[in-house]
Design a protein around this ligand. Sequence first.
Ligand code: N01
Length: 511
Amino acid sequence: MTSTENQPARSPGPGGAVREVGIAVIGSGFAGLGMAITLKRRGETDFVLLERAGDVGGTWRDNTYPGAACDVQSNLYSFSFAPNPDWGRSYSRQPEIQAYLQRTAERFDVRRHCVFGAEVTSARWDDAAQRWLVASTAGDFRARVLVSAAGALADPAYPDIPGLDSFAGTVMHSARWDAAHELSGERVAVIGTGASAVQVVPAIQPVVASIAVYQRTPPWVVPRTDHPVRPWMRSVYRFVPGFQKLVRATLYSFREFLVIGLAKNQRFLGPAARLARGHLHRQVRDPELRRALTPDYTIGCKRILISNDYFPAVAAPNAELVTAGIAEVRPHSVVTSDGVERPTDTIVLATGFHVTDLPIAARICGRDGRSLAEVWSDGMVSNRGSTVAGFPNLFLLLGPNVGVGHTSMVYMIESQVAYVDDALKTMDAEGLAVLETTCQAQEAWRSLIAEKSTGTVWLGGGCASWYLDEHGHNATLWPDFTFRFRRLTRILDRENYVGVPAGTERPDVAA
Ligand code: N01
């Protein structure tokens, strides 16, 4: 797709004229920026990033709760083409990651392709025009190609707890934090004990009057080997970039070993379980509390959490771990199923995101008018987590079965971006107006995922998790080594696609 346009992104012109673009990318988090930078680096400029918020950053812009940090080391959780020698800590906190994304967007000059305040409300494939018609809160676009980089951790999930709407105090989701709200001296309820909760609880416990942590399922928690990066080490990274690459490769390889236990043979998870049990033992003295914090499922079935201060925070004198289920919320309290009523000023919902029921899926409609959500009602299907039959010229970043819990999502994003970029180059090279994957390719991919998922800890580890869809299928995780995913997405599997040359009609494809 050669560039025909080289101008700053802007909302549609006066009168709401529809703007023509080559490629419309939804979202400007790691995935959207990675796509944009890749396009830019090869000279493509006819694209826009449609961003519903007012800045780039995605989940790292939105998750500003106290204690928000990454649980993958920054030398790995960053773009391979934009290493940062200046990370202040081995595991960076949210402000530093967000600043990195902002800086990277500036450095590669992709900000001028961003249309901020552009929430995509619908995207419809027009088969006659061979274009995506994209409606957004900042105007309408006609795009030859649509890339959804909306992400899986974009839309907070709010729990369906009776009476929650009637609560008279403040209710905040961890991903929609209200920094202006003063928590000091308050009685706070935190609902959920996932990756967000184990970060927010220790960050607020010292300032609140009391904190009740409502736990449905205890997480496995291992120590966090976080440390500041010394100035001399930053100098080494700056002047010997090869060394930082080596550190990155070492971190990557070390984390990949976990896949052996998670996806191949759960016996190899033994050392991780012992590490987590020892951590709990050292940090929590009270046997009853320890018991309540001990998971009864195999480690890795849910995301393994890393924290040095979660257990001490829960064991603090002003904290209480509540294991009874929440029966209802009243205007000034939370009531559990055992009848205990705890007066509460603020409720923090650390209850996660819509992952297997992505809201964006309901807004993207394919060739037959059905939305992705409708097509996926029996389970999310795709070819390589990137394309879906019936949705021509649509590419998904962070689509089905691309998630990972053990390593950096940025690695997966870069793998997918390379795949999408190769697809776009193939379209240009072959003069294709339309590229669409086949149902057969999708079925083959579904079988591959099912086969690889068999015997993994995510299916057999004895827990319920958002990794699985309502049918109990692995809908979100890549169930193998990530280098295998990279190999499968290195170039476009052209044989799995139907291409329609410009100026011709699409041939019928057997379902
Ligand atoms: O959300 P979660 P999260 N009543 O879905 C509980 C990423 N992340 O925001 O386990 C009571 O993991 C639920 O209980 P249960 C990372 O990918 C990354 O913490 O279902 N409880 C669980 O404890 C992560 O995986 C970083 O029984 C309810 C919790 O809420 C993803 O974000 C940092 C409930 C939800 O946990 C999501 O993590 C933070 C209800 N009705 C997050 N509904 C990094 O460092 C839900 N729960 C990269």
